[in-house]
Structures are given as C-alpha cells and as structure tokens.
Design a protein around this ligand. Structure first.
Ligand code: FES
Length: 145
C-alpha cells in the first residue's frame, strides 16, 4: 500500500484517510525529551524508556535514532540481548538486529522509528511521526553525532 503524501507512514496502515484524500499526514507533534545527547555517548541500545514510553534510543555508526520498543507482530516489548546483539521478543520469538531490522518471525516487518531532532543538546522525539524501514535514511529519522 502506498500512501501518497505520507512518506513516514506508508506500509503501516496509518493515515489512510489522509492519504486517500491526497493530503499529507497532519498529526500534531508529540514531543518526548529523551535527555542530553551525552547520555548516549557510545554505540548501543538504550532501554530505559522501553516500557514506559515504548521506545528505544539506539546509537550506531555516527547516528542516533529512536525505534519503537514494541514487536511488529503483536506489540510485546522487545528486550536487547548483549549476547546475540539483537532485540528479541519474549512473546513468540521474533528477533530484530540492533537497529530494529527484522531477522526472524513471526513478525514480518522491521521496527518503525520516530522522528527526532536536537534542541539545546537534548534528544527530542516526536512520537507522532513514524518512519518505516525504507524511510530510515530520510531527514528527521536520525540525528548525526
Ligand atoms: S508479539 Fe513479538 S513475536 Fe509475537
């Protein structure tokens, strides 16, 4: 399904009414302040917001991005395994690599990412803006560090 005018939500089943009307998604920004960039100083998966905010802050190869922490199968919160360097769902066994890319089902799609930007050296997340895998390299889906 291609949703015209909605680069951040295609394939997610979101914003369908807007897309069918030919209008871009127009959800208001919902900001979450994830903290100072210095709190994410090294590469890795930061899980402190996984349950309460349903998001993971991930730093890898000069980028910080924020992934949903819920499995794309049936929304259980995933858990990072240092041993395997992957995100694993405790409910039915799906796994994702340390960037949220799907590795093994029953989930079939990678984990979406939220819009992010930096304000006053703090990482701000727009939890109303989702980027599916094919849009992960678009402006707003990550910050460079
Ligand atoms: S909810 Fe994650 S595998 Fe089913």
């Amino acid at each position: 399904m291609v949703l015209a005018g909605c680069v951040t939500c295609s394939g997610m089943g979101l914003g369908t009414a807007h897309a069918l009307a030919g209008e871009p998604e127009a959800k208001p920004t919902r900001e979450f302040d994830a903290g100072l960039l210095t709190e994410f100083a090294s590469d890795g998966v930061y899980e402190q917001f996984a349950r309460r905010e349903r998001l993971l802050v991930i730093r890898k190869q000069g980028r910080i991005f924020v992934s949903s922490s819920t499995c794309t199968h049936r929304n259980c919160v995933v858990k990072f395994s240092n041993e395997n360097n992957e995100l694993r769902c405790p409910c039915h066994g799906s796994s994702f690599d340390d960037t949220g890319t799907i590795l093994e089902g029953p989930a079939t799609i990678s984990m979406p990412r939220y819009g992010v930007w930096v304000r006053n050296q703090r990482l701000i997340v727009n939890t109303n803006q989702l980027f599916t895998e094919r849009n992960w390299d678009k402006a707003g889906a990550f910050v460079e560090v």
